[in-house]
Design a protein around this ligand. Structure first.
Ligand code: GUN
Length: 285
C-alpha cells in the first residue's frame, strides 16, 4: 500500500517559511511583495482557484490585489489593464487566470505580461529560458511536482520518469524539470499507443491529462512515485484525479491524493515565484 504524499503539509511548510521572511523583506525593501490576480468571467472552478490564491497571499502576509472583470471585457481592455500593472512599481507579480473567455486571445494576453512579473512562467521568454537552461520563472504546478517528489526522499537522477500530457502549463515543463534532474523522460500523450507499456517502466509517473481513470493500478510499476495532476469534477460535485486511486495506491510506493496533493503545491509555488520576482526586481535595480 502506497504512502500518501501530503501536498497540504508540504505546501504549508513552504508558505510558513515565506511568511517568516516577510518582516525582514519589508524592513529591507520598504514594502512587501505584491501579487495581482485577474479573473475574467464567471467560471466557477476559476473563481475557487483565484480565491485560494488571494487567500494564500494573505496568509503569507504579502500584499495582494484581485481584479474581477466581467465576461464581456474586451481583449483591448484586458491588455490595457496589464500594461498599467506592468508599469506599476508596487506590483511584483501579475497572474491572469486561465481559461479566458473565447473572444480573448490567451496567448496574446500572456505575452503582454512583463516577463519579470510573469509569476506563472507562461510567457514565451520564460518558457524558452526554461528549455535552454537560463534563469526564469518556472511554472508553479511543475515546480510543485518536483518538490513533492523530493519530499518522498526518492531520488530522481537515473530514474525513468513517464509524464502523460503535453500541455504548456504542466506536461512539457515538468518533463524538462525531470530531465534537468537527470531522469530519463518519456513524454506520453493522448495519441501514445499502448500507454501501459510505458507506464509500467515508470519509477516516477506524472499524470496530467484532465480525464478520470487514465491510469489504473495494473499500469503502475510496483513501488513507483505517482503524481496525479488531474482535477476532475464528478456529477455529484466531488473532485477526482486522473489516476484511479483505489487500485493505483495498491501498486505505488508513493501517491498524491486528489484533492490535497498537487493543488496546494501549485499555490505555494505561486507565492514563492512572487517573492522571487520581487527580489529579482530589487537586485537588478
Ligand atoms: N488555470 C489552470 N491552472 C492555471 C495556472 O497555473 N495559472 C493560471 N493563470 N491559470 C490556470
Amino acid at each position: 500500500m502506497a504512502k500518501i504524499i501530503d501536498g497540504k503539509a508540504v505546501s504549508a511548510a513552504v508558505k510558513d517559511a515565506l511568511k517568516a521572511r516577510m518582516p525582514e523583506l519589508e524592513a529591507r525593501y520598504g514594502r512587501r511583495p505584491c501579487l495581482c490576480v485577474i479573473i475574467v468571467g464567471e467560471n466557477p472552478a476559476s473563481k475557487v482557484y483565484v480565491r485560494n490564491k488571494v487567500r494564500a497571499a494573505q496568509y503569507v502576509g504579502m500584499e495582494s490585489r484581485l481584479v474581477e472583470l466581467p465576461e464581456r471585457t474586451s481583449e483591448a481592455e484586458l491588455l490595457s489593464l496589464i500594461a498599467e500593472l506592468n508599469a506599476d512599481s508596487g506590483v511584483d507579480g501579475v497572474l491572469v487566470q486561465l481559461p479566458l473567455p473565447r473572444h480573448i486571445d490567451a496567448q496574446k494576453v500572456i505575452e503582454a505580461i512583463a516577463v519579470e512579473k510573469d509569476v506563472d512562467g507562461f510567457h514565451v521568454l520564460n518558457a524558452g529560458s526554461l528549455w535552454v537552461g537560463r534563469p526564469c520563472s518556472v511554472p508553479c504546478t511543475p515546480k510543485g511536482i518536483l518538490r513533492l517528489i523530493d519530499s518522498t526522499g526518492v531520488g530522481i537522477e537515473g530514474k525513468t520518469a513517464v509524464v502523460i500530457g503535453r500541455s504548456n502549463i504542466v506536461g512539457k515543463p515538468v518533463a524538462k524539470l525531470l530531465l534537468d534532474r537527470n531522469a530519463t523522460v518519456v513524454l506520453a500523450h493522448s495519441r501514445t499507443p499502448d500507454l501501459k507499456s510505458f507506464t509500467l517502466q515508470a519509477d516516477i509517473l506524472v499524470v496530467a491529462v484532465g480525464k478520470e481513470r487514465v491510469v489504473t493500478g495494473d499500469m503502475v510499476k510496483p513501488g513507483a512515485v505517482v503524481i496525479d495532476v488531474g482535477m476532475n469534477r464528478r456529477a455529484d460535485g466531488s473532485l477526482t484525479g486522473d489516476v484511479e486511486f483505489e487500485t493505483a495506491s495498491q501498486a505505488a510506493g508513493w501517491i498524491t491524493p486528489v484533492p490535497g496533493g498537487v493543488g496546494p503545491m501549485t499555490i505555494a509555488m505561486l507565492m514563492e515565484n512572487t517573492v522571487d520576482c520581487f527580489l529579482a526586481a530589487r537586485v537588478s535595480a
